[in-house]
Structures are given as C-alpha cells and as structure tokens.
Design a protein around this ligand. Structure first.
Ligand code: FMN
Length: 184
C-alpha cells in the first residue's frame, strides 16, 4: 500500500519511522508539510484498535493549539482526513454481532474527533480486513488497485466526499464514490 501511494502523482508518502527513527519529530517541518497538502491520510496497520505509537507522538506534537485548533488555530480548516488501515481480524469481527461488538469507524473515534476539532472533513476509513490472509485469498491486488483509484480520485477532486464521509467503511463500495469524468 505504501508503494502504491508513493507511485501516485500528487501524493507525498511519508514513512514516519524512517524519517524519525529516534521519535524526535520536527514539528515545524511537519506543520509546514501539512499546510502544503489538502488531504491527510494516516496509513497504518491497526495496533490495539489504534495506530502505531509514532503516529500518536506525531499527533501530540504536531497538532498544536494555535496551529490546528483553538480560536487562532485554523491551518487545517477544511482539509480532508482519512485512515487507511490494515487489520489482522476479519471484517465480521468489526460489527455489533462480531468479536469486537463495534464497527471499525466507531472504534477509530479518537481520529474522527481529532479531525472534527481541527475542522477537517473526516472520511470513512479505507480498510483491508484480515490482512494476513489477503495474499492467499487474492484480495491484496484488488485492494491495492482500489487504493490507487481512491488516491487518484482524491488528487483529481473526483471523490464524492459527502458519500465517503457518511459510510461506515470504504472497501468494496468505492466505485460508487468516485465521480466519473464527464462523458465516461
Ligand atoms: C502490536 C500489534 C497490535 C495489533 N492490534 C490489532 C488490533 O487491535 N486489531 C486487529 O484487527 N489487528 C491487530 N493487529 C494485527 C495487525 O493489524 C496486522 O498484522 C496488520 O494490519 C497487517 O499489516 P502488516 O502486514 O503491515 O503488519 C496488531 C498487530 C500488532 C503487532
């Protein structure tokens, strides 16, 4: 998925662990990069119903009062935020009846609330469930292609943001959300 993102023109793919092996995050550089982008995607494996620790550190330091939120913190207003997630557990585990008794979007509430506080538009998470079996079940290429489509649609402003914000999760319903170019 990271390689897919790297290959899309208009996308800046950042590996936080490679950029900050000692967790010493450059807040000014990160904030400057945020300002330059319209869409912020947290792409990560699900770790304990959340993101790996460096992403929490990044949030704690970079999303400062007066920059991201607060009366004078408007730098992220109207940007789009999304989690692109892989999980160990199957899709069925993320439902009221399933093992986790909740859907994934509900469990990712801290990200949605953070986006809300920073006045960003939160989209439903784009998810590869049961990632460990995706290759043998032939789902990885399908998912990578869908991610490629999704990123290109975001770059081109062809994603129906209202629909993508409303749904629980983005996986196989993606085709419905991408607006076709006129005449196609
Ligand atoms: C520390 C840790 C915590 C994890 N927590 C969860 C979890 O809460 N829910 C889940 O479905 N999978 C969980 N997993 C499984 C990972 O999400 C899964 O291995 C990953 O998405 C697959 O991507 P990868 O091939 O990049 O590791 C966890 C894995 C690790 C190592």
């Amino acid at each position: 998925m990271f390689e897919t993102a790297q290959a899309v023109q208009g996308v800046t793919a950042v590996d936080l662990y490679a950029r900050y092996p000692d967790f010493n995050i450059d807040v000014d550089a990160e904030q400057a990069q945020l300002v330059e982008h319209d869409v912020i995607i947290f792409q990560h494996p699900l770790y304990w119903y959340s993101a790996p620790s460096i992403m929490k550190e990044w949030q704690d330091l970079v999303l400062e009062y007066g920059f991201a939120y607060g009366q004078h913190g408007h730098e992220l207003d109207d940007k789009v935020f999304m989690n692109a997630v892989t999980t160990g557990a199957k899709h069925a585990a993320y439902s009221e009846e399933g093992m986790n008794h909740a859907d994934l979007r509900s469990l990712l509430a801290p990200f949605e609330k953070t986006a809300d506080l920073c006045r960003m538009k939160y989209l439903a998470p784009f998810v590869l469930f049961g990632a460990g079996r995706a290759v043998e079940e032939g789902r990885l290429d399908v998912h990578r292609n869908a991610y490629d489509d999704l990123l290109k649609a975001l770059v081109a402003g062809r994603l129906d943001l209202e629909q993508a914000a409303r749904t629980d999760v983005m996986t196989d319903v993606l085709d419905d959300f991408i607006l076709k170019a006129e005449g196609v």
